[in-house]
Design a protein around this ligand. Sequence first.
Ligand code: 2HG
Ligand code: ZN
Length: 479
Amino acid sequence: MVDSCQAPQGFLAAVHDAVGAEHCLSDADLKASYELDWTRRFGGPALVVVRPANTSEVASVLAACSRFQVAVVPQGGNTGLVGGSVPRGGEAVLSLGRLNRVLSCDPDEGLLVAEAGTTLATAQAAAASVHAALGIDIAARDSATLGGMVATNAGGIHVIRHGPMRARLGGIEVVLADGTVASRLSGLVKDNVGYDLAQIMTGSEGTLGVVTKVVLHLVPLLPFRVTALIGLRGFAHSAADSAAGVRAVSQVAVALAARLRRRVDCIDALELVYADGMALVREVMGLPAPPDPGADAWLLVEASGGQDPSGMLAEAIENAPGVTEIAVADEAGGRARLWAYRERHTEAIATLGVAHKLDLTLPMNALAEFAGAVRSEVSAALGGGTDTRVILFGHVGDGNLHVNLIGPEPEDYRADDAVFRMVIQRGGSISAEHGVGIAKLDFVTAARSSGDLTVMRRMKSALDPGGILNPGVLLPPVG
Ligand code: 2HG
Ligand code: ZN
């Protein structure tokens, strides 16, 4: 396997032939934005960045990579947070950015078909133009691409209603390591002829094939949508930054989320932010005071329906324990203003430095205790007395917390490992929606059974016998 920045003789000529010399970037300045991921924690020099325009060019590039044994890293919008879509050093980057067309969007069939490099926002706009929606949404919608979202099985804010990317998929086209094109694009809801290509590729993080087209199921664009931001307090005079305070308010949030899901049948999103994250977002983004500015945490709930869900929502929130003040919005501008407190966390945290982004699921009955305990575990892992900041937020409706650590050096994994151990001890998952990449490799063996891992490894060697597709990502080295 070629792993330095020295291309084997003939390789660059082959990829030039495949995509045209102007779409093979070798100049350091031109390659730079493809070599570092969004977190700035992961990245390395690329041998070359290749930008094919269509499926057959992707196939020619992969055939060349196979022939010359050049490792290849597929890349969509480069919004990944775990180092899975940037080179480690010496790989060719295969950018899907030019495969960016919505090919069809048919509300009668209930399907959208698009090329893999189409951004989520572009696909959402196409769906909206026929009064439909995709049932999936993430904060990085303007840059994240559909192919990358399949490769990571992206989740986001609507998972509690419509499931993650794998639940939205109706079909796929994928190019295998040797350049074979495999496609199953019919979008049939019932089609039980054998293995499901789309599901095999979902969550494979570019290790089994390169996604080139995606079929997504549409859902109705419902006419009424209401968002509420709810101030929460754990108990009288609790400080949100004490372990007991965080635990108490997390318990309140988990209970309220469950209550809302029981009583309101059209909830799209249930998101949680805490006082420290709220203060940071307000300061960095210059946002006005939220309801109950002194709250310990806020639950953001969104519901949509064929009829106005406001009344049902208000009734469900009324007299719920721990609720202080509420702001409600039912038109786009007002809803966006409420969402900003939650969605701008990632950008605000990035201003503090290179964050360690740990994306976890906890069983609901363990979430509050975990949230209370995580800071002291991090501090202990780092030898105590550090000035590491630990900011929590996330999709509380499905138990997904984003733990952001700011302070440890990028290559210092002591705190990450301690948090992953806490998650595994509590029966959670070390990757809720961002994938494994290279960030979580050491914990894959603890997170999957040995039989599971055997299946994964055998699939990998069957579909990519030369090991050229995203080597080093997702599957830990054997032994
Ligand atoms: C979100 O939910 C994303 O906004 C990013 O998954 C999470 O920045 C993060 O840690
Ligand atoms: Zn998220």
